[in-house]
Structure formats: C-alpha cells, structure tokens
Design a protein around this ligand. Sequence first.
Ligand SMILES: C[S@@+](CC[C@H](N)C(=O)[O-])C[C@H]1O[C@@H](n2cnc3c(N)ncnc32)[C@H](O)[C@@H]1O
Length: 334
Amino acid sequence: MFPKVNFIGNKEKIADWISEYFPKDAQSIFDAFSGGGSVSFQAKKMKLKVISNDILTINYILAKALIENNNEILDESDIDTIFEGNPIKGFMYKNYSNKFFFPEECMELDLYRKNIDKLFSEYKKAIALALMRRSMIRKMPYSRFNITWEKVCQLRDEEYSYQKYKRKRAYHNNTFKYHFLKNLEDYNSAIFDNGCNNIAYNDDVFNLLNKIKADIIYLDPPYAGTMNNYFSFYGLIDEYVKCKKKNPFENNFTDKNSVLLLFDKLFSNLSNYRYWLLSYNNNSYPPKDELFKIINKYSNNIKIIEKQHDYKITGKEKKKQNKEYLFVVQNEKY
Ligand SMILES: C[S@@+](CC[C@H](N)C(=O)[O-])C[C@H]1O[C@@H](n2cnc3c(N)ncnc32)[C@H](O)[C@@H]1O
C-alpha cells in the first residue's frame, strides 16, 4: 500500500482511475512530474517499468525509496544509527531556528541528517530522508513551508488552536522521532519488487524528454491558477537534504504569461513516447479547450476523459469541487 506521503496536488485518490487508461500494450511509463509518487507507485504495482522524475530533490528521493528501490528496508540497527548521539548545531539550526522549527528541534534535525549519511546504502538513506520529510511535514502547520513563524507558533499552541479551531493539533508538537517511527512500518512495507529496473531522476523535465524512452509519458505539471508554487511548499526540505540554501526553479508552470509557451514546448518534444497522458482540471489556466488546441498541433488523436474529484486545499479547511480531466493522446508517428 502507498504510505502516507501528504503531497499537495497528489493524485493518490484517482491513481486507480488514471491507470485504467494506461494502454494495454504499454510496458513502460515516464512519470515526468512525479511529485509524491502516487502514479508511479500505481504503475509499479501494474508491473510497468517506471521512470520517475521531479525537479524537487525530495520528490526524487521519495521515488528512489519507493519506486526505484525494489528490496531494501530500514532495520533496527539502521534506526539506532539514525537516532544515536546528541543534537548538534548545523545547517538547520543556523538558518531556520525560529523560522519553521524551534532551535532545539533544528538541532535534532541536524543530528539525524548527519547520521543518515552513515547508513550503508543509497536506498536506506532515501527511505530515511523520506521518513524525515514525513516527520517535518507532520510537525508543520498546513503541511507546507510558506507559513510565517508567527502563524506556526500560534498553531502549535495547543490551547489557542483548540479555542479557535476546536482542534489541538498535538501532532505538531510530537517529536520528529515519534513521527518517523510511527510511519516506519508503512514505508518499509510499501517497498516491493515488480520485476523491473525502475529509475528515479531529479531534473528539469525539459532536459529529459529527448533522452528517455518509454511507451507512456504521464504529465501532471503544476497548474497555473491553483496552489502551485512547489518550491515554496517544499524547497526547505531540499535545503535540509543538501544542507545548503537553494534558489527556486525555473520552468515551473506557475506563471500565466509563460504557461502557454511551456505547454507548447512540452508537446513539441514528445516524439519518444507513443502515448501521452496528461492530468488537468477545470480550475486551471489555460482552460481545457485552449490546451486541446495546443496539443492538437501535434496529434489529431486526442480523447478527454472527465471525472468529479473533490480535493482538500491545505490551510483552508474546505473541499473544493473539482472536475478532473485526463487527456489521452496517441502519437500518430507510431
Ligand atoms: C501536480 S505535482 C505532481 C503530483 C504527482 N502526480 C502526485 O501524485 O503526487 C507537480 C510536480 O511537478 C514538479 N515540477 C515543476 N516544474 C517542473 C519541471 N520543470 N521539471 C520537473 N518537475 C517539475 C513539482 O516539483 C511538483 O512535484
């Protein structure tokens, strides 16, 4: 089963539905904007060879842990290694004390980050970082890192939160170790071998389109017009992983002025793929008819499938009615 990742804009609830439209003759898929990895995971279960990619390093690490990794898990001695020693003053303490976490919590994160590097393999390190991500997200109000420290303190004040929202949100004040251990079993048991040599990448999609070959390319880019600034949500975790400050990425599909050109550039570069599947919805820019026209420049074989999909906007405790579209395009070159 897919573990609790909690990724904004994930397709976890509709991954089954999306996968119904994977053409039956396909044996491989390139999930080019893999995010939390829910569609890659579904494809892995279906025994497709999965190539995952995301520009965020932590999403690449998630794919490395859960998609590329076919058999390594974290055992008790790994856990002892990750949590041994005393908190230290490192990158998080110096840069993010009283910004997202309290100073002593930053020092714990610094210790765990250093200890994770002592683990024996790349896959073990990836699982450990994926679990550390999960712990950081659980402790962070609204589960994203573009919240002011004032708001963080308010929402981590259990009495205030109870008075105002009738919820104590005590989980924000549990330790990183508590959350890590609580999720460990779920992450370990999500690791399985589907008999394929799956691969994770960490690159701008435009650097890979002509290098990677697969039967299907699945496209789930950020949507202009919705909550979409992934660097602001999760860039902090990339900085934790790398222990250095990072700049926001380009080509991020968030800007209404450039998104039409980016979509055109994307579809003009898909000759390596027989089938193009694109997730889209009715709140995004450009509207689906305009997007259709762009894709239509490159193929006349386009189907649009619709589904009602309710999703929760983090931070606003409400559900928004959303119509989900799946463009299924056949590349006429094949
Ligand atoms: C809507 S999310 C994908 C959600 C994913 N399907 C899931 O189920 O979790 C879009 C992803 O695109 C990534 N992204 C944005 N610009 C990118 C680029 N130029 N190249 C590769 N990935 C990019 C973001 O980091 C984000 O993770």
